[in-house]
Write a protein that binds this ligand. Structure first.
Ligand SMILES: CC1=C(CCC(=O)O)c2cc3nc(cc4[nH]c(cc5[nH]c(cc1n2)c(C)c5CCC(=O)O)c(CCC(=O)O)c4C)C(CCC(=O)O)=C3C
Ligand SMILES: [Fe+2]
Length: 375
């Protein structure tokens, strides 16, 4: 059933991401883009800027996205799916608005957006929908006829995501000395967000405290831990921790912080951990700095053996999953009832974000959802 028509009615795929600086001079303007109107303390900005400067002012995220873009193009072509792939970012070039303008110029009318965040949350889902609305409004003001844009369902529980993460954890266990493997803890990590944002993540009325954001991560981690236990024959304790906290220290954010938790684990006598960046889809700065540089240094200081598991990146199984998700959504848009694979207890996420999904602090127009001001 795949082939030239498998993506219809879509005529383009849009990889929608965060963006990152490409050199030292980009760091400050990039951080200003990210934090515009968000009340991040200046000290925190300087601190995060220093992380980027450690890497020559270059975020790894753009290179990761170029690789994913190429892999997606190859994957679609290999399945005879005729669907051009574009790339646009929230915070750095190529900017979303410029990419959408190009798509209009190329005659694209029906766009499917793939966001580089797998879970529900304002930052990972709704904010991208707001970015889309803002870009579409800009183009409309320029007198252009804007395309319809849909967003792919959340993929945190797609088998192609979770099985790839689980495979990475198994490989990481192999990198520990054999006598440390059985007792290793699986420490799953994701981006901390304010408690208030977590609580309202996902569709209302919600999952209770922590919202869909925490519930989805817990479920993803549980499924991965279960798969790893099946594959290795060893049940390992696992838990979810948080990293990369910013904002005012007076506002509660999700805890525990990964570094604090490593200290506690070492004090409890745990000898080894696998750090699993389950909240991230590629090795960008939060992974390379906050885990590989900072958390691994914490572990070393504590005499705790630690390895960091890979992100899915452009792993062929993950790229295949993205292609499957595109084909699935296209079939649904054609009025068919495709299979919607998902692991764990929650089932496949909605195709269309309902009204009030992942609410922000202020109400802004958001595209690609039930409350979209665009058709
Ligand atoms: C949930 C979430 C994800 C995961 C989902 C997803 O992947 O989208 C994510 C990803 C990312 N976050 C990134 C970078 C930054 N995030 C910041 C700030 C913030 N992130 C937040 C949340 C998230 N962020 C929040 C609640 C803030 C506070 C300010 C605000 O409410 O917006 C800041 C400002 C400085 C600081 O305070 O750290 C920076 C520089 C990069 C790029 C890395 C690179 O360059 O390689 C990526 C992929
Ligand atoms: Fe962030």
């Amino acid at each position: 059933m795949e082939g030239v028509h498998a993506a219809q009615p879509y005529d383009a795929l849009l990889l929608l991401s965060f963006g990152g600086p490409e050199g030292p001079d980009d760091v400050l303007p990039f951080l200003e883009n990210v934090t515009r109107g968000r009340g991040i303390p200046r000290e925190r900005l300087a601190e995060v800027g220093a992380h980027y400067h450690l890497f020559g002012g270059v975020s790894p995220i753009n290179e990761q996205n170029r690789t994913l873009l190429a892999a997606l193009g190859d994957e679609l072509a290999a399945h005879d799916i005729d669907l051009p792939v574009y790339w646009g970012n929230r915070n750095w070039a190529p900017y979303l608005t410029d990419t959408l303008r190009q798509m209009v110029a190329d005659g694209r009318r029906r766009v499917l957006a793939l966001v580089t965040s797998a879970y529900a949350s304002y930052s990972g889902c709704r904010q991208y929908r707001e970015d889309l609305a803002e870009a579409l409004l800009t183009l409309r003001e320029e007198g252009l006829e804007v395309p319809r844009v849909d967003k792919l369902r959340l993929y945190y529980n797609h088998p192609g995501f979770l099985e790839t993460v689980a495979e990475g954890v198994r490989e990481s266990l192999e990198r520990l000395p054999s006598d440390a493997r059985a007792g290793a803890r699986l420490v799953f990590s994701t981006h901390s967000i304010p408690d208030s944002a977590a609580d309202v993540s996902g569709p209302p009325p919600g999952h209770g405290p922590g919202g869909a954001y925490v519930a989805q991560h817990m479920e993803a981690a549980r499924v991965v831990a279960e798969r790893v236990a099946e594959a290795t024959g060893v049940e390992r304790a696992w838990e979810l921790v948080y990293q990369s906290r910013s904002g005012s220290p007076r506002i509660p954010w999700l805890e525990p912080d990964v570094n604090d938790r490593l200290r506690e684990l070492a004090a409890e006598g745990v000898g080894a951990v696998v750090l699993v960046p389950v909240g991230f889809v590629s090795d960008h700065m939060e992974v390379r700095y906050d885990l590989d540089t900072e958390a691994l240094a914490t572990a070393e200081e504590l005499g705790l053996l630690a390895v960091r598991a890979p992100t899915v990146g452009a792993h062929p199984r993950f790229v295949a999953a993205l292609r499957e998700l595109v084909v699935e959504r296209a079939a649904a848009e054609r009025g068919q009832r495709p299979e919607r694979p998902a692991l764990g207890a929650f089932g496949a996420s909605h195709d269309l974000c309902p009204v009030g999904c992942c609410a922000g602090r202020v109400d802004k127009p958001a595209a690609a959802g039930a409350d979209s001001p665009f058709v």
